[in-house]
Design a protein around this ligand. Sequence first.
Ligand code: FES
Length: 114
Amino acid sequence: MDQRDDNETEQGYVKALALTELPDGELRSVRIGQSAVLLANVGGTIHAIGGICTHEQEDLADGEIEDGCVVCPMHFARFSLETGAVMDGPAPAPEPVYDVLVEDGAILVGRRRD
Ligand code: FES
């Protein structure tokens, strides 16, 4: 997992990765403050949800993207990358969703949506 500076913009966004570090179809885990955040590139759209499976704490960046979901590599829970909802499998709770934007070739992660 990459450790990133907590260099917040005025809007509360933190630079997480260069866009070139997350090609289409790939997943990366970053730490933003105290939170593990999963970044996913789905057809050029960047999503940010919680990075640790709510079932047994597996790193979701080791999973796969399928049909707009991340599939946990351990017991195959599926989380929507759009909403964080559990779509299938044993996970007992959804993942949090974070605001995300791309600016000047960088992926920035913002506040957790509640
Ligand atoms: S640890 Fe993710 S489904 Fe079990």
